[in-house]
Design a binder for this molecule. Structure first.
Ligand code: ADP
Ligand code: ADP
Length: 228
């Protein structure tokens, strides 16, 4: 069965904004799904609900079969979230920062895992650098390593390339494809069709709180008459 089941989900904020309207979507284990839409479409709201940070007005979400409202702890354990904002301790070393997050989950140190994750994110050579010395792209990769610290099965990336230049965007695309190779299910948000095409197996288009369509990337590229 799907790793994430979203059923008739709606969100109306206190101010009256209908941020999500009747969204239904299943996400399969191991896939990379891009949520594509303009600013204000509802992408962050959708991710925030699945991660248990925002309470929906209507509908249900299950993660690994666990209802996020009644079984939040079990659901949350399966999820890693990389938020848009980069928040790192500036003087903390990379390796220490990731190890610390693992400790927050009450998990014992695992040097072999730590080395593997830092290598896979091209951070191994920077393990003894303090985070304030890193480039924007490297900082984002540290956030990914921290989000993976409890070995979640699903990773959410909220606009992973916001505010980074073209070269770093391509680097991030590589990182995401690498995560797929590790078997992690990835859900990311983006404003760019090109980015969705490069990274995702499937693209969901969100507009004004509605999920307008969900298509395999190859099909979408055909519809828009692009490379194939
Ligand atoms: P995004 O970059 O995803 O469009 P925004 O810049 O719109 O995000 O929002 C930044 C933060 O402010 C988010 O945490 C969002 O939940 C919150 N926010 C956005 N719009 C409002 C609003 N109208 N009232 C209160 N908080 C808001
Ligand atoms: P996106 O991530 O696609 O930019 P968001 O989910 O951030 O979209 O926002 C969807 C809509 O909900 C926007 O109109 C935004 O202003 C509004 N919104 C987001 N967060 C809040 C909030 N905390 N309070 C009120 N309105 C919000």
């Amino acid at each position: 069965s799907p790793i994430i089941e979203i059923d008739h989900l709606s969100k109306r904020y206190a101010a009256g904004t209908e941020a999500l309207r009747d969204v239904t979507l299943n996400i399969e284990e191991g896939e990379i799904l891009a949520l594509l839409g303009p600013n204000g479409a509802g992408k962050t709201t959708l991710i925030s609900i699945i991660c248990g940070l925002v309470v929906p007005t209507d509908g249900t979400v299950r993660v690994g079969g666990h209802d996020i409202r009644t079984d939040w702890r079990a659901a949350r354990r399966l999820i890693g979230l990389v938020p848009q904002e980069i928040a790192l301790e500036p003087f903390e070393k990379v390796e220490r920062s990731v190890a610390f997050t693992r400790g927050l989950y009450g998990l014992p140190p695992d040097p072999a895992w730590l080395e593997r994750v830092l290598r896979s994110l091209a951070l191994w050579d920077k393990r003894d650098s303090i985070t304030k010395e890193l480039s924007g792209g490297m900082k984002r990769r540290v956030l990914i390593a921290k989000a993976l610290a409890h070995r979640p099965r699903v990773l959410f990336l909220d606009e992973p390339t916001a505010g980074v230049d073209v070269a770093l965007r391509r680097e991030m695309w590589e990182v995401v494809r690498g995560l797929r190779a590790e078997g992690v299910t990835v859900i990311l948000t983006t404003h760019y069709l090109e980015e969705a095409e490069e990274m995702a197996d499937r693209v969901g288009v969100i507009s004004r709180g509605r999920l307008m369509l969900v298509r395999p990337t190859a099909e979408l590229m055909g519809e828009f008459g692009r490379k194939q």
